[in-house]
Design a protein around this ligand. Structure first.
Ligand SMILES: *Cc1c(COP(=O)(O)O)cnc(C)c1O
Length: 375
């Protein structure tokens, strides 16, 4: 038999016109000694905790012939209790909490439920690079308003209010602490957004991926939830919680909002393995968060060090530092990479973002930077 002849024409997948030629999003995943580019917690679980996680997964494995618990109320109430301890709020009931595979999937649920053709989402640049992608995928218009000039990258309540009134977005995305800049928003920005959005039945999402790293005295938007039914606060286990590999993000909001997310989620989106790992991690929250105060003090040290060396540095409430400016930031990024230090080229031109790592990571970063950019 003759082999079937290959077609001369290359195959082209019939991708949507608006997606044709696009590259998938993601920071480079390179093998380096000091990966400081995606804001992970550098401290791996202890062998004891890893063993407890494995036990929980083994137990879940015995039931993997069945679909997982679709509503995962146990996990949802455990997340609420964790937030109560972390932020001093009274524990939100399970009906007010939602969870998904990373806060990225939470955002996807929010856009699927509340975005769509003829609707818009508003954010303030520089902002997290995934926001425009959720909007694109859900055919939601994405409107941006610039923050003030560096190094403040600030916003006023008046700017926020005016932008909400002008664009009437269904979703306003406020990131606090902001990524890539690192600074937390004042609560009056959140209240201004909630008030202005209320006028046209719009929502406000405060993305608090880095909340556990905020400086002393900086409140969480969780404290405003009882007052504003149109407020959603999102959190993640990927950063302070040192569980990026688990993929667990969550949100707190009025049950009416959570119910809308339940409409658009895929059935059984949260695997039994993920639920088991997340519950075990929550039981060990104190241990997982034990390095947060160390990372905060290293962060403060790094900010002071970079300022002493003459850089412009944004105030940081997160586990990363945004600094500049470089006439050729790519050359600096490359020079650091050659010394096995991987940072992130992101945000306005001339700026770089470095995650706070272990003491060794941070020392390697500062030494490499002095070599690459002697001043
Ligand atoms: C890292 C990060 C997240 C976390 O995403 P996960 O999907 O939970 O890992 C969310 N928002 C911002 C702004 C981030 O920087």
């Amino acid at each position: 038999m003759q082999p079937i002849e290959r077609q001369a024409e290359p195959f082209r997948a019939p991708i949507r016109d608006d997606l044709a030629g696009l590259e998938p999003y993601g920071a480079p995943q390179l093998e380096v000694r000091h990966p400081l580019n995606v804001n992970e917690n550098p401290f791996a679980p202890s062998p004891e905790l890893a063993a407890r996680l494995a036990d929980a997964v083994r137990e879940a494995a015995a039931g993997l012939n069945r679909y997982p618990d679709r509503e995962f109320m146990t996990l949802r109430s455990a997340l609420g209790e964790y937030l109560s301890r972390e932020s001093g709020i009274s524990a939100p009931p399970a009906e007010s909490v939602w969870a998904a595979n990373g806060s990225n999937e939470i955002m996807q649920h929010l856009f699927a439920a509340f975005g769509g053709p003829g609707r818009s989402a508003l954010s303030f640049t520089p902002c997290y690079s995934m926001y425009p992608e959720y909007a694109r995928n859900s055919f939601t218009d994405f409107v941006t308003v610039p923050r003030t000039a560096a190094p403040e990258f600030a916003l006023s309540a008046q700017q926020v209010e005016q932008a909400c009134r002008e664009h009437r977005p269904t979703l306003v995305l406020l990131t606090s602490p902001n990524n890539p800049t690192g600074t937390a928003s004042e609560m009056e920005l959140v209240t201004a957004a909630c008030e202005a959005q209320r006028a046209h039945n719009g929502l406000v999402v405060v993305d608090e991926a880095y909340a556990e790293f905020r400086r002393d005295g900086v409140p969480s938007a969780l404290t405003l939830l009882p007052e504003y039914k149109n407020l959603i606060v999102t959190r993640t286990m990927s950063k302070a919680f040192a569980m990026a590999g688990t993929r667990l993000g969550y949100a707190v909001a009025a049950p009416e909002i959570i119910d809308a997310l339940r409409i658009v989620r895929l059935p059984y989106h949260l695997s039994a393995i993920t639920q088991a790992a997340a519950l075990t991690a929550l039981e060990s929250a104190d241990e997982l968060l034990a390095q947060v105060s160390f990372l905060r003090s290293e962060r403060d040290r790094l900010v002071a060090h970079l300022r002493e060396r003459g850089y412009t540095v944004a105030d940081s409430d997160a586990n990363f530092v945004f600094f500049g400016t470089f006439p050729d930031r790519h050359a600096v990024w490359q020079g650091l990479l050659e010394r096995s230090v991987l940072v992130r080229e992101v945000g306005p031109d001339g700026w770089l973002r470095v995650s706070v790592g272990t003491a060794q990571d941070n020392a390697a970063f500062t030494a490499a930077l002095e070599e690459v950019d002697p001043r």
